[in-house]
Design a protein around this ligand. Structure first.
Ligand SMILES: Nc1nc2c(ncn2[C@@H]2O[C@H](COP(=O)(O)OP(=O)(O)OP(=O)(O)O)[C@@H](O)[C@H]2O)c(=O)[nH]1
Ligand SMILES: [Mg+2]
Length: 614
């Protein structure tokens, strides 16, 4: 393995260059002064401060996300299976993976499923076959069509050396298939990736969709690796030509460096080789070289790539803060009559934004109401289904029963046994459907809210003639989906059925009829109680999602207004009430702006390196 690492590194000679450019720990030396500077700037910058603090935490904890990306059916899942040496992830000739699947090393196989509605489920001590079957159930288009189960993501812990060094390997849904929601799932998930393996296939050559996607992805990743899969379709000479062609396209159309390696592999043969212990096949498949290169990168370049990814996010925060300072300074310097004129225009913009926020609130309330109606419909369907199911079972049991007393015991036992599994399954499909609906609804509002915040910032930038910075989106929505754990206690029996004393003296036929009536009533009670259990919990969850989302929107708008309108008004007040302090404040802001500019330059160095390597 060491040999292959050396060969691969020497051949591609890239990692060492990145490694030597910036020393270890230097990123913290930039982040910490930024934090200090925000602190010195005052509480108006506390939001910027907490965002940088979050990035710092990720850096210190070294949480590194390496995604496998590409168009559908290029062999992304097969490639990960080849690394693992086992057919864990579902693979098919049809567009398949529909949910991002996170794999990390762990002592034993374990699966965690996170649902869109915030629930999660943990399945432990699995064999490879069991884990593969469960994965197929949750993450494939075939068994979870259009994500009916409402799965947000799945995490797998897996004992494998291919996943060592604290990396989270992520299988993603293929882009560009007729299943638009799969493309959306991957696009939404991109901000969480630090680096990616971009998979194309030798046959056919790269498509327009892949190129567009690649262009969009490139700027977001600290590091991209290029893999041309399915090399077994081509002869040696054809393969070389295909790689050359791919490299040219990357260079000309995406601006990728000429010496960027492209790994030609056959994931299929690699999996065969690794799982059967056939070293020759593993080597010939090209997988050995790719794995060696990646392991070397992870050993030497992972920390760096994580820093680079975080640098980009930090640059976003710094650009926002810079705009804030510039607004403050501009408002202090501008002739007073001009400032007041602009404030009047801006006041109007803020009032308009507030009206828009109210309109969004109304739409949100309408959507909540419609989602609750949808939930009620689903609850009714669940009641009908449960009624049909349990009455079907009991009437089958009662059909041949001769003695009501022994039938009663059997029916009760059977209900107690079947109810938990039936309602667990119902809960999954029920809250899955609601979770999906809530997620889609809130996503639409997210875009509206983004436009609202952007409009305010843009107006401020235009009015005060400072450069405009478009902020990163998607942060508000992610926060809404914090997972939680729930254990349900299903109602399985009503205790002893009340039997009237007189009943013992009635003929068996009549006792049976009475018993049937009673059991039917009791099934109804059990169905209503258990469905209510699901309905109530889902309704709470739904309400919480809408409430939290609304609060996040308000907070976001408040932060934007404070950083623009608030900054300008504070400057105006200072000029009116403490005119003598204005000059020293301008000086202080200029000094802070200069300091922040220097720190921004250092951050940009990290980001530049990222795009150079990407
Ligand atoms: N001949 C050949 N077939 C391969 C290779 N890798 C994958 N395949 C086949 O290509 C098909 C798609 O593979 P998957 O791994 O499911 O592809 P994917 O990119 O994960 O697909 P989506 O999840 O739909 O995006 C399957 O039939 C695989 O067996 C390879 O190296 N050679
Ligand atoms: Mg797949």
């Amino acid at each position: 393995m060491a040999n292959a690492v050396e060969q691969a590194s020497e051949k591609h000679g890239r990692i060492s260059r990145a490694e030597s450019s910036l020393g270890a720990g230097s990123f913290l030396c930039v982040l910490d002064p930024i934090l200090k500077l925000f602190e010195a700037l005052g509480k108006e910058f506390s939001n910027d401060q907490s965002r940088i603090r979050e990035l710092r935490e990720r850096l210190v904890k070294e949480r590194f996300h390496l995604a496998v990306l590409g168009q559908f059916k290029r062999g992304k899942s097969t490639l990960i299976n080849a690394f693992l040496g086992e057919p864990l992830l579902p693979v098919s000739v049809l567009p398949l993976t529909s949910i991002p699947t996170f794999l990390r090393p762990g002592p034993r196989r374990l699966l965690r499923v996170f649902f869109l509605d915030g629930r999660s489920e943990e399945l432990k001590d699995l064999s490879c076959g069991q884990a593969a079957d469960l994965l197929a159930r949750y993450v494939t288009e075939e068994r979870n069509p259009e994500n009916k189960l409402g799965v947000a993501r799945v995490e797998v812990e897996y004992p494998s050396s291919a996943l060592s060094r604290g990396v989270m390997l992520i299988d993603t849904p293929g882009i560009g298939s007729t299943f638009r929601h799969n493309t959306d799932a991957t696009l939404r998930f991109l901000p969480q990736c630090d680096a990616a393996i971009f998979v194309v296939s030798a046959d056919p050559p790269i498509t327009e969709v892949e190129l567009e996607f690649l262009k969009a992805v490139r700027g977001k990743m600290a590091r991209l690796f290029f893999v041309m899969n399915k090399a077994d379709y081509l002869s040696g000479a054809e393969r070389d030509r295909a790689v050359e062609f791919f490299k040219k396209v990357l260079e000309k159309q995406v601006g990728v460096a000429e010496d960027e390696p492209v790994f030609s592999v056959s994931a299929k043969l690699g999996l065969e080789g690794k799982s059967s212990g056939n070293r020759m096949l593993w080597q010939e498949s090209g997988m050995q070289e790719l794995q060696a290169y990646l392991l070397d990168f992870l050993a030497r370049g992972k920390a760096r790539a994580l820093q680079l990814a975080l640098a980009k996010k930090a640059l976003d925060v710094v650009a926002g803060a810079t705009m804030h300072i510039q607004l403050q300074r501009g408002s202090l310097q501008m002739p007073l009559d001009q400032l007041e004129k602009r404030i009047r225009i801006f006041d109007e913009k803020i009032r308009e934004a507030e009206r828009e926020r109210i309109a969004i609130g109304d739409l949100l309330a309408g959507d909540r109401k419609r989602t609750v109606e949808f939930l009620e419909e689903k609850a009714e369907q669940a009641r009908q289904k449960a009624r049909g199911h349990f009455q079907g079972i009991t009437s089958g049991m009662l059909l041949n029963a001769e003695n009501p007393e022994s039938a009663e015991e059997k029916v009760q036992g059977c209900l107690a046994e079947q109810i938990p599994a039936f309602f667990e399954e119902e809960l999954k499909s029920f809250s899955g459907a609601i979770g999906q609906r809530v997620s889609e609804t809130l996503q639409a509002h997210q875009e509206r809210a983004d436009r609202l915040s952007e409009g305010i910032r843009q107006t401020a930038a235009e009015l005060f003639e400072i450069p405009y910075h478009a902020p990163d989106s998607l942060t508000a929505f992610e926060k809404v989906h914090e997972p939680y754990w729930v254990t349900y206690n299903w109602d399985t029996s009503l205790g002893d059925l009340p039997v009237e004393a007189v009943e013992h003296f009635l003929p068996a036929r009549i006792r049976m009829r009475r018993f049937r009536r009673r059991i039917s009533k009791d099934i109804e009670t059990l169905v209503v109680r258990n469905v209510e259990n699901i309905r109530w919990a889902t309704l709470q969850n739904l309400d919480q999602s809408f409430r939290q989302y609304s609060a996040v929107l308000d907070e976001r708008l408040k932060v934007t207004v404070e950083a623009t309108h608030g900054a300008i008004q504070a400057a105006h007040l200072q000029r009116k009430e403490r005119a003598e302090t204005v000059q020293s404040e301008i000086k202080r802001l200029e000094q802070k702006r200069a300091e922040l500019g220097k720190l921004e330059e250092s951050l940009a160095k990290f980001a530049d390196l990222a795009s150079e390597n990407g």
